[in-house]
Design a protein around this ligand. Sequence first.
Ligand SMILES: Cc1cc2nc3c(=O)[nH]c(=O)nc-3n(C[C@H](O)[C@H](O)[C@H](O)COP(=O)(O)OP(=O)(O)OC[C@H]3O[C@@H](n4cnc5c(N)ncnc54)[C@H](O)[C@@H]3O)c2cc1C
Length: 305
Amino acid sequence: MSMDRIEALAADHGVRLERDQLLARFTFFGVGGPMRALLCPTSMDVLPGLLRDLRGEKLWPRILGCGTNLVASDEPFEQPIIYLGDLKEEPRFEDDKVYVSAGFRLPALVRRAMHHGFGGLEFAEGIPGTVGAALAINAGSFGGSIGDHVEWLRLVDADGNEQVIHPQPSDFAYRGSKFVGQGLILDAALRLQPDDEAAIRERLNDIRARRRASQPLKERSAGCIFKNPPGESAGRIIDELGLKGQRRGGAVVSEIHANFIVNRDGASAADILGLVEEVKGAVDRATGIVLEEEVALWEPDREDT
Ligand SMILES: Cc1cc2nc3c(=O)[nH]c(=O)nc-3n(C[C@H](O)[C@H](O)[C@H](O)COP(=O)(O)OP(=O)(O)OC[C@H]3O[C@@H](n4cnc5c(N)ncnc54)[C@H](O)[C@@H]3O)c2cc1C
């Protein structure tokens, strides 16, 4: 991959290029190795053309939102990474829908909706990521998830083509969707319910209090590490095995919520991933259940990519 070529593409599309930044600075966990090329668009409009041109160079970059659902390797990332956290386009509310770009933050969207007199997204209070990533993994909590609200979403696929998709309910699953790995989600229209601002505020306060009481919000993490197995709670299983407080380097199974691993003392990705494997092994041996990661795991780029 020629760095000059990426620099030229970034300039053509008016996108800021940062070289040799540490991914750890962009992840909530605080881990991740050096990135050779970080592309930082400030407008959604440039993305289809940029992706098409990168694809023309046989590059398919990784997509980075707020890095709140990510365990990224300590090794260098040679392929370009597109950072969506600088996209600040305001959502547009019309009738009972909101039109929102992928880089917008979920908690800010919940608040904007409340001020416009719309509810339905309260489940997303305290989910600290971007709308685009939330759509890809069908983020949710407290009985709701974002997939239930999607009227349409726009995606740039692996060939650089834009598609507007009106998803079926079956396109979304528990913490997953058929859009994972299919390309970059650009924006979406979400259905909302008109509601009283005071009632919405009360529900948000309740959810915030429940999160504060049950999650290690003062420490660095990536939210829940594992998906809940059908009919079970991953956190309860890990807790019952006495694994709270288990440590590998600077990574610790939270004493507050056993399905959170926290970065307490300068953990590396290797510490976190080692602890993930220890917990999975212990759960498998004790229960026969093989836990599946909820977080995205970014392996280092292979030399042939
Ligand atoms: C304290 C805490 C609490 C949390 N609570 C919850 C919770 O209750 N429920 C829940 O579901 N999650 C929760 N999370 C996890 C996380 O906040 C959500 O999954 C969020 O949607 C991730 O957004 P992000 O922008 O940080 O994604 P990132 O971590 O940047 O990316 C995650 C994955 O999505 C991909 N991606 C990012 N943007 C796009 C895009 N536009 N198109 C396609 N793919 C994309 C990335 O390539 C990556 O593979 C929590 C995290 C923390 C730290």
